[in-house]
Ligand binder design. Sequence first.
Ligand code: FE
Ligand code: CA
Length: 508
Amino acid sequence: MGGLTTLGVACGPVAPTSTASAAPPKRPDPFRLGVASGDPRPDGMVLWTRLAPRPLAEDGLGGMGRAPVEVRWQLASDARFRHIVRQGTATARPSGGFAVHVEPSGLEPGREYFYRFRAQGHLSPTGRTRTAPARGALTPMTFAAASCSHYEHGYFTAYRRMAAQDPDLVLHLGDYLYEYAPGSYSGTNGVVRRHTEGKCQTLTDYRRRHAQYKSDPDLRAAHAAAPWAVIWDDHELEDNWTGSTPGSKVPGFSARKKAAMRAYYENMPLRASSRPSGTKLQLFRGLSWGALASFHLLDTRQYRTDQPCDDWMRTGCDSRTDPSHRVLGARQLKWLESGLRASGARWDVLAQQIFLARRDYALGPAVEVGMDSWDGYAAERDRLFDAVLRSGARNPVVLTGDVHTAYASDLLRDFDDPASARVGVELVATSIASDGDGYRDRSVNAVLLQENPHFALMDQRRGYIIGRLTSESLTADFHTLEYVSRRGAPARRTARFVVPDGARSLAR
Ligand code: FE
Ligand code: CA
């Protein structure tokens, strides 16, 4: 915790060190989008920055012009860089949006590292990162889960509060940014601050939107504090898209997909193995955390069939049980099942986007469910649950985003039968900012909690989840902010659930 307050807010110019040039820099600071790290392994991680002295420059290239720029990077075992363990040079090019992704390897497992970049006479802020523990280690770990940060709906205070909890790993579950034109989707507090112009359609649009989000100091602080593992939902491209089906009627979906994927990679601490090729982005992947945890990062957009019966809530949509409808797709589901079988970890954490437990909105025997959730793909949910049960995974935990509401739920093989097999637990992270301060009317909560007895929590305020994994239990703390329409809200722990090893169920 000691270094965090100074590291986390280090986003302005950094005082020159003894090794920096003594002459005043001629160029403006190119590190205004901060630094990030991600996808830790026992021997390394990816380090990221993107040069942009003028983040919102019209051409999407951050005021960098057209010439490639050499970027020096350093990784040290201490925050003052007295013990540099790796260093090198990477080239930031206009074709890559002047982003830099470096993958140092051969590092020691289970330890903290510090990194920084240098370019054009400037030193970047310092980031803190870590390697995953060695194979077999059962060292306790803390993860954070975050989702849905609509820039116009509120300030990103929740990101800063989350970083202050000192997580070993941040899981971002999607809707990292929103593609909407300014003012076209209002939260409960209207538009608190405005998006860059237009709905994102071109590579330039997406690059500028990413730059606008990364210009937020709270988001930069959260990236600088810990390695992230990111997966996307729909808004990184456009609302409600699936597979090859556009979410909007605007022509040119394939070009938008390509542009959104490229900008996403450029702006995220992803490994080269997740560099997009045309309209393909390899985002589903696994991360091992010793013998304690395996993280299975899923992509529930790219291989999904279109939402049945329109995209939103319905009663009596027969095709929601159609076995040909897919969320993960056959290849990803097979990959997941073999990953679960091979894991052997105490905890198997499935990080994904859309609501998994059944969520029935209609009081009484009628069933009214959302189609942009696993309820719209009931046969695929059965396949997923069977795969999880067959795999012998010891403690399955599902992390979900998307719905701008915190939930905790038991996952039952058959939601109509309280005695059916426990598949695991689902923890749903509310939004960081999307929908603004939240809803005062709690009447919908009462209906949902009554109709869905597997739910243990529902809370429509902003926040994030902090999960503590040990060999004995998972402790999930839900942290809540009362407002995001103004800066500076404190975060309070408003709920805690403990899942003992082997229980596959929330203790309540
Ligand atoms: Fe969202
Ligand atoms: Ca009902």
